[in-house]
Design a protein around this ligand. Structure first.
Ligand SMILES: [Zn+2]
Length: 319
């Protein structure tokens, strides 16, 4: 289902990979939701407003954790290396602004069909990688200390393991999304399926969507999203809260999943090239963000900032 918003506001169309959801009953913002839902049935915008209204009170204090000049340089070099790799790699991803400019692609198009097969084949592996990444991040961000914290992560992982299907969708174009009323399916636009030409790129996007599903209707991973957002904001000076923090954390899980995937599946291909594929779809020329997403290039920047070893690994090999 395509959001009418993406037609009304084309600048939002790049912002793929969202969590679509329908409001659950019994929440305090239900009247707001009804108004929005009547105006724009079946849109994720409804959900986005839900998220905002829910999280406005939870602004986190910026953490003053400034990066050293050496690490800032490392991050900038890693961004350049990622996007250089994209150009040189025969299996490099299309940037999302280029995907957006393409005409719609029918389900039967060979590239879309190949992408759909790739996504479905990699889904079981992506589920395992996301489960592991969530546990690792819970340790790294110290949100595993109480029984309640552990239970949250377990609940999130159980949701991930229930996802069984990738559904190609021509109208979704360059987007992938999950509808929380159908938490077993990832909806994937055909242009996006065709534009991700490597297993690594596909794992990255599958992991992103699986993390939205892991969060579920009850915002189970809210705590993780918030601490990831705080750290990213502290280190980059960017505003990373609310839905932006969730989107970035989903990408961080994707980046971790790809690193583990690359380690687990030896190949003759250079390590740096394979790692770069996790992020290459963000190598845009038109670098615009919105309320809910950092711009694509700032997304790469924030991810390397959060995971400096990813940056140095990619860079050492790329050089
Ligand atoms: Zn998303």
């Amino acid at each position: 289902m395509k959001s009418p918003f993406s037609e009304i506001t084309p600048s939002l169309a790049w912002a793929r990979k969202r969590k679509f959801a329908f409001p659950a009953g019994g929440r305090t913002f239900i009247s707001v939701v009804i108004v929005v839902a009547l105006a724009f049935p079946f849109t994720h915008t409804t959900h986005a407003q839900v998220q905002r209204s829910r999280r406005q009170g939870a602004h986190s204090k910026p953490v003053n954790e400034v990066l050293s000049l050496a690490n800032r340089n490392l991050v900038e070099h890693a961004i350049t290396a990622t996007c250089m790799q994209r150009v040189q790699d025969p299996f490099g991803s299309l940037p999302i602004d280029e995907m957006q400019a393409r005409p719609s692609m029918p389900l039967g198009h060979p590239d879309a069909a190949a992408g759909a097969r790739r996504a479905q084949r990699l889904l079981p592996e992506a589920r395992k990688l996301v489960a592991t990444a969530l546990i690792q991040l819970a340790h790294e961000y110290r949100i595993h200390e109480s029984q309640r914290d552990k239970l949250r992560i377990q609940t999130a992982i159980a949701r991930v393991h229930r996802v069984t299907r990738v559904k190609p969708d021509m109208a979704a174009r360059d987007n992938a999304s999950v509808f929380l009323r159908d938490p077993r399916t990832i909806h994937f636009g055909t242009i996006f399926l065709a534009g991700l030409r490597s297993d690594e790129a596909m794992i990255s996007v599958l992991a992103h969507e699986l993390t939205h599903i892991a969060d579920g209707q009850s915002d189970t991973l809210h705590q993780l999203f918030r601490v990831v957002g705080r750290r990213a904001a502290g280190r980059t000076g960017l505003r990373v809260e609310g839905q932006r923090a969730e989107e970035l954390a989903c990408d961080l899980v994707g980046a971790q999943a790809v690193q583990a995937f690359v380690q687990n599946t030896p190949s003759w291909e250079p390590l740096g090239r394979r790692l770069a594929r996790a992020l290459e779809h963000n190598c845009v020329v038109e670098d615009e963000g919105d309320e809910e997403h950092l711009s694509p290039r700032n997304t790469i920047r924030a991810l390397f900032t959060l995971d400096l070893s990813f940056a140095s690994q990619l860079l050492s090999d790329a050089q």
